[in-house]
Design a protein around this ligand. Structure first.
Ligand SMILES: Cc1cc2nc3c(=O)[nH]c(=O)nc-3n(C[C@H](O)[C@H](O)[C@H](O)COP(=O)(O)OP(=O)(O)OC[C@H]3O[C@@H](n4cnc5c(N)ncnc54)[C@H](O)[C@@H]3O)c2cc1C
Length: 489
């Protein structure tokens, strides 16, 4: 297994449960990939994902190894799920799980939008159940299954873009933005991704939004424990330089230090472009020519701040939306230029979990979506200026006066770090963009189409990014391996 992200660990758990001898190797110093943890001077930050959605995916996974996920990880449900703040006009919506509570949030902005919220949820439920779960849990080996799914997508209006779908229900601008932004969690521009991602708004209401005490990394640790207890191995600081193939069949991997690890099956959780270009030495793939070349999604500029005071005006999760939201999205995802207006996401885990910061302090993770390195920006040169710009915006526009002087510890992550830490092509944070033309049959397949014995999981592979997405991909990949070698998984 190349890579110990959620995708790699998920498929390793499934194959260990099927009785296979698994070894996971990762180039990083710790497992978890983007879900790694940073600790400094009593502050703890989740460096990547922080929202746990669809917890049943973890429950099913741990049960395969005879474990109860809730014995391993202390999950706490959040309500409100998060706050959305538009500081330029003082509007604020707290996203609530209960339908009536959510309608109460919407009503002051638009009575008719509040009335249509249940219809939106029902339409999103159908998409979630009939399109997302149906497609996300099966392999798309040829164009036929994709073609068969299209009538369902058209019937559910899920093939149009997400923003168009949401506009049918919501006319007030803030409500529309609040109901359509969720694809950004996986790097997708709501104005260009298909409406299948409306399911993301629904599943939060159906399954809740949860926090893992100790941070997301506590789930990573539980997964590693489960693999090791089942006899598997997770090795860090092991950079795979080549996937070895003989007569068109994967036979193992070679690490950068020359060590060869033979294997009957190789599964790559690495970036799909880099898997092809670096690990397979440019071997051709068989994605139809019109869709060849996974288009990398956006990246992120992240600040991890330890402050000597708390910020009670911030909920556990807060989104701060700027004035030029549409332009911001277009800049970051489509035009690939640095944004003029800022929209940010803030994670403040000490609101729920006192262990994440020293008493009376806060650990803040501030995420600004930015274009990937295809923009040509040199983050070594511009990082300081963008740090100042983000902090000034939070202080002067978003109401966090005194933030800069309260910072006692500070770290950051730029697109260059995504590139160097995870070998992410163009420093993308979310891998291949979740566009319709990069989905299902047109995404990195879970079973390689040219090298036998090679499989793919992770954000760049089918079905796509997000922790539940990569875990569903792990289920599909493990199922294909099991079918190919004749074991139960
Ligand atoms: C800032 C941020 C916030 C996010 N927030 C959320 C959220 O709240 N909720 C949610 O569900 N999703 C969220 N996501 C998305 C989610 O984190 C990812 O989609 C998911 O974690 C990806 O898992 P993965 O296994 O595909 O990849 P990764 O986590 O990147 O794992 C891939 C691993 O492969 C390793 N690797 C690569 N190349 C090699 C090689 N040659 N040899 C050895 N190892 C190699 C890398 O070091 C890495 O550890 C967020 C993502 C980011 C970046």
């Amino acid at each position: 297994m190349v890579g110990a992200g959620f995708g790699g660990l998920g498929v390793a758990m499934r194959l260990a449960a099927a009785g296979l001898d698994v070894t996971v190797v990762d180039r990083g110093p710790t497992p978890g990939g983007r879900a790694c943890r940073l600790q400094d001077q009593g502050f703890t930050w989740d460096m990547g994902p922080s929202l746990v959605t669809m917890p049943w995916v973890f429950e099913e996974l741990f049960a395969l190894l005879g474990r109860d996920f809730h014995d391993e990880v202390d999950l706490v449900e959040l309500d409100p799920l998060y706050r959305i703040d538009w500081p330029h006009d003082g509007t604020r919506i707290d996203f609530r799980r209960g339908v009536r509570e959510m309608q109460d949030e919407i009503r002051p902005l638009s009575g008719s939008d509040a009335a249509r919220y249940p219809d939106f949820l029902e339409a999103s439920r159908l998409i979630h159940e009939e399109a997302v779960l149906a497609a996300g849990r099966r392999a798309f080996e040829g164009p036929a299954p994709f073609a068969r799914l299209l009538p369902t997508m058209l019937r559910l209006d899920a093939a149009r873009n997400l923003s168009g779908f949401c506009r049918k229900f919501f006319s007030e601008e803030h409500v529309f933005q609040a109901m359509s932004f969720h694809s950004l969690y996986i790097g997708g521009d709501p104005f260009r991704v298909p409406a299948v991602y409306a399911a993301l708004a629904y599943l939060q209401v159906a399954d809740g939004v949860w926090y893992a005490m100790g941070g997301m990394y506590s789930i990573v640790q539980a997964m590693v424990r489960a693999i090791e207890d089942a006899g598997g191995r997770v090795r860090c600081n092991a950079d795979v330089d080549e996937i070895l193939a003989r007569n068109g069949r994967a036979v193992g991997v070679r690490l950068a230090d020359g060590e060869v690890i033979p294997a009957d099956i190789v599964i790559s959780d690495a970036d799909p472009v880099r898997t092809r270009a670096r690990l397979l030495r440019g071997a051709p793939d068989s994605i139809p020519w019109r869709f060849r070349g996974p288009r990398n999604g956006m990246s992120c500029f992240l600040l991890y701040l330890g402050t000597d005071r708390q910020w009670p005006e911030l909920l556990h999760h807060t989104l701060v939306v700027g004035d030029g939201y549409r332009r911001f999205l277009d800049d970051v995802t489509h035009r690939r230029v640095l944004p003029q207006d800022l929209s940010l996401y803030l994670h403040v885990p000490a609101r729920t979990d006192a262990s994440m910061a020293p008493p009376g302090c806060d650990s803040l993770a501030v995420l600004l979506p930015v274009p990937n390195l295809a923009s040509g920006d040199d983050w070594d040169s511009i990082g300081d200026a963008w740090r100042d710009k983000v902090l000034r915006y939070l202080e002067e526009d978003a109401g966090l006066g005194g933030l800069r002087s309260s910072i006692t510890v500070e770290h950051r992550m730029t697109p260059l770090d995504f590139q160097s830490r995870y070998d992410a092509d163009e420093g993308t944070a979310f891998s291949t963009e979740p566009l319709l033309t990069r989905s299902a049959y047109f995404r990195q397949p879970n079973r390689d189409r040219t090298v036998r014995g090679l499989y793919h999981v992770g954000a760049g592979a089918h079905p796509g990014a997000g922790v539940p997405g990569v875990l569903l991909g792990a289920e599909v990949a493990a199922g294909l391996v099991a079918r190919d070698i004749g074991v139960l998984a």
